[in-house]
Design a protein around this ligand. Structure first.
Ligand SMILES: *Cc1c(COP(=O)(O)O)cnc(C)c1O
Length: 432
């Protein structure tokens, strides 16, 4: 184990990490996975309570997803999607269209590339439609849409953005409907609608230069699991229609059942102009992202002029192995009625978590679908790092965001594992 830790520090530049801190807090050296458990090189087991950064849906080494990938490996591992096509990408596009009502799927590899694709497509649409000055974007305060230079322009988290601000194009932010910010006595819905008034004021002034409003529906994940009322998304849809601005739903984190419906937009009863998907799309197996859009957007690119087309590309666009993992993931949703069985799972964890919700150190306990979060009062400096390290010693993989502790367990978590998670967290609150 020491050997791999020395080698990883020497050769691997870890993401979102000040490498010097890895000496005091070494990374978990994972040898294998089994369902919701990660097993380290010494054979110790850790409950993956945050689904490996929100990507895993049906456990590690899931036999059905493994089998689909192995089957595909014997057929074709990869072929470029420019000038070629293959069954997995066609079937995945058809099934996503059926599930979302958005009939055209463009593929990338990571979430950030999906954001880039949606931003470029939206601005290019307006250019093709004869409104080239509509090329600006608006996002929510504390939004997170990825960290490549284009995606950072609509991300609003200082830790990720400030250093690179000189590289990034300006975009506008409107107030977040984060329900924690409601006035005392104000409902989450009333607060959401009050925030939507600010979006309206912005669009009323800037629609002529705005291509799209991009939003994480219902839960702003990287902001610290900030949850808000679906009325905001419903109203945003109306406003985007009224002011002729696209609505881009970034469901990279909240898609595929995380908020209790297959897609979060369903709870607001809306269909976005662009839907960005990644993370859970392959069950957490392989890098794949997709941007789905409407016939109207697609039609604006279609014609004899090459430059009217969307000439964006990535080498691994529509990779067949990743598409097969995604198809196997959709099969599991269907065959196991996952959305319904997650309602039961949610009820079990809600009941188990009651002592957390009423714990004196816990504020703003909140829950939506398969996400639970709370803020820790009087969190000492370095809380997130210390809590993560102590959790690891207790056999749980948790990574608080600031003073927010959250659970995002895989959808195969059993009752005993949920009880273990809550007990471990209660103990950690006494010791961190
Ligand atoms: C994770 C995430 C992204 C970026 O995805 P990557 O695959 O990490 O580039 C974008 N938007 C949201 C809402 C996310 O949670």
């Amino acid at each position: 184990m020491d050997d791999i830790l020395t080698r990883t520090r020497a050769a691997v530049w870890h993401p979102c990490t000040q490498m010097k801190q890895l000496e005091a807090a070494p990374p978990l050296a994972v040898a294998r996975g089994e369902g919701v458990w990660l097993v380290d090189t010494d054979g110790r087991r850790y409950f993956d309570a945050i689904s490996s950064w929100w990507v895993n849906l049906f456990g590690h080494c899931n036999p059905r997803i493994n089998a689909a990938i192995v089957d595909q490996l014997g057929k074709i591992e990869h072929v470029m999607l420019a000038g070629a096509t293959h069954e997995p990408v066609v079937e995945l596009s058809e099934r996503l269209a059926q599930l979302t009502g958005l009939g055209h799927a463009f593929y990338g590899s990571d979430g950030a590339s999906a954001t880039e694709i949606a931003l470029k497509m939206s601005a290019h649409y307006w250019r093709n439609a004869g409104w080239p000055e509509k090329n600006g974007f608006v996002s929510l305060e504390n939004a997170y849409h990825g960290e490549t230079v284009g995606a950072l322009s609509v991300t609003d988290i200082p830790l990720f953005k400030s250093t690179y601000a000189p590289l990034v194009r300006h975009s506008a932010q409107v107030p977040t409907p984060d329900a924690r910010r409601a006035e005392p006595g104000e409902s989450a819905e009333a607060f959401a609608l009050r925030c939507a008034d600010a979006l309206e004021a912005h669009l009323a002034e800037h629609a002529a230069t705005t291509a799209a409003f991009i939003v994480e529906p219902l839960v702003q994940g990287a902001a610290g699991m900030a949850m808000y009322h679906p009325a905001y998304v419903a109203r945003a849809r109306e406003l985007c229609d009224r002011y002729r601005v696209h609505l881009i739903a970034d469901e990279i984190a909240v898609g595929f059942g995380r908020t209790g419906t297959l897609f979060a937009c369903e709870q607001a009863g809306v269909r976005p102009d662009f839907l960005c998907l990644s993370k859970g799309i392959t069950g957490g197996y392989l890098p794949l992202s997709a941007v789905l859009t409407t016939d109207a957007v697609y039609a604006a690119f279609y014609g004899d002029d090459t430059a009217r087309g969307f000439l964006h590309s990535h080498s691994y666009t529509g990779n067949p192995l990743a598409c097969r993992a995604a198809l196997a993931t959709l099969d599991i949703f269907e065959q196991d009625s996952v959305i319904e069985s997650n309602h039961r799972r949610k009820a079990v964890l809600d009941a188990l978590a009651a002592p957390l919700a009423s714990h004196p150190r816990v504020a703003a306990f909140r829950q939506r679908g398969m996400i639970w979060a709370f803020d820790v009062r009087d969190a000492p400096p370095g809380f997130a790092r210390d809590f993560a390290r102590n959790a690891q010693h207790a056999g749980v993989l948790l990574r608080p965001i600031g003073n927010t502790v959250y659970f995002m367990p895989p959808y195969v978590t059993g009752d005993e594992e949920m009880a273990f998670l809550v007990d471990a967290t209660l103990h950690l609150l006494e010791t961190t």
